[in-house]
Design a binder for this molecule. Structure first.
Ligand code: SF4
Ligand code: MG
Length: 332
């Protein structure tokens, strides 16, 4: 099957705040720095990394909610980045985004039923007589009571609002959903329910999901593949079990080692994420992870970014040679 989403060498930069806004050479923050990824129909790709790594910006740029400054996004075979407005309209109709704060995607003055009805009218031109039934159907699908259609977001709990937000997103009948930390603010039991709901929707509707999260345990439960982002780049990508069991990039190893329940066999480095946290304002030369990497060689500190290497369907951008025992990472 063809990928539903193909992202190639995508870049997003912003002018740094402050300084002269009219200057042509104002410094810029490179938030997304040449990202390539694929998502197939029915597949869930997790996107992990510390805050400031560019995950949210990448998600927004994929959905054209943020302007990219280079590279391309293809959705269902069509190039959206330089696409026709009809292709962009199609992307808008077939994709949806859900956020961490469920209240942000809901209008506080509108009942949740009215919010969903609006989407149905505008995007799918559902005849007025059929709208109420479809609203009830969508609410049931996400585990809410049809009677809750009359409630405003303020009268619902956080978990109920997140479900209502998902119901509204589903009213679009999306083929691709970008979920940005969509369970991070919820209680553990509600998190589990929302994850089960997403797994169920993927199963039933073939929904493709880009699942942005910092919680590796949730990513492992939900996702087929995982991409690890560091300072605007993907440093490792592969099947989720393989990446968490045999991380090939020291940054991934540090993230995984910090959570022993993910992989108890991984040796825990003394200080897994020592050193300065990433700042996209001054990206280090060479391998951007080198100031925090305990395996860094002199050549990692200068020169170009390490090439991405591929072992089967597992990609990683690090120069370490796994076979010479250069690092105490779990090698094959
Ligand atoms: Fe560490 Fe060098 Fe690998 Fe970067 S390329 S992660 S600095 S060993
Ligand atoms: Mg974010």
């Amino acid at each position: 099957a063809w990928p539903l989403l193909e992202v190639d060498e995508l870049r997003v930069s912003f002018p740094l705040s402050g300084g002269n806004p009219f200057s042509w050479n104002r410094p810029r923050i490179q938030a997304v720095n040449g990202v390539s990824l694929r998502i197939h129909p029915g597949e869930t790709l997790g996107l992990v990394g510390e805050s400031g790594s560019g995950k949210s910006t990448l998600g927004r740029a994929i959905l054209q909610l943020e302007k990219s400054t280079g590279g391309s996004v293809r959705f269902d075979g069509r190039n959206i980045t330089h696409g026709l407005s009809s292709d962009i309209a199609r992307l808008r109709q077939q994709t949806a985004m859900i956020f961490q704060d469920p209240f942000s995607s809901l209008n506080p003055r509108q009942t949740i039923g009215a919010g969903i009805a609006e989407v149905l009218r505008v995007h799918h031109k559902v005849p007025p007589a059929a709208i109420a039934a479809r609203v009830a159907e969508l609410l049931t699908l996400v585990g809410l009571q049809p009677a809750q259609a009359d409630k405003r977001p303020g009268a619902l709990s956080g978990g109920q609002c997140q479900r209502a937000g998902i119901a509204r997103a589903l009213a679009l009948e999306p083929r691709l959903m970008v979920a940005d930390e969509c369970v991070a603010a919820l209680d553990v039991s509600i998190q589990g329910q929302i994850i089960n709901l997403l797994m169920d929707l993927r199963e039933r509707m073939g929904l493709a999901i880009l699942f942005i999260a910092h919680d590796l345990a949730i990513v492992r439960r939900l996702c087929d593949r995982v991409a690890v982002m560091y300072l605007g780049r993907i440093v490792e990508e592969g099947p989720v079990e393989q990446v968490f069991r045999l991380p090939r990039h020291p940054y991934t190893a540090a993230l995984v080692a910090a959570i022993p329940e993910i992989n108890p066999d991984l040796p825990l480095p003394a200080d897994p994420l020592a050193g300065e946290p990433p700042s996209p304002i001054a990206i280090p030369p060479g391998c951007a992870f080198h100031p925090r990497c305990r395996y860094a060689r002199p050549s990692c500190r200068t020169g170009s970014t390490p090439d991405t290497r591929l072992v089967a369907d597992h990609a990683f951008a690090c120069v370490l040679d796994r076979n010479t025992g250069e690092a105490d990472l779990p090698f094959e």
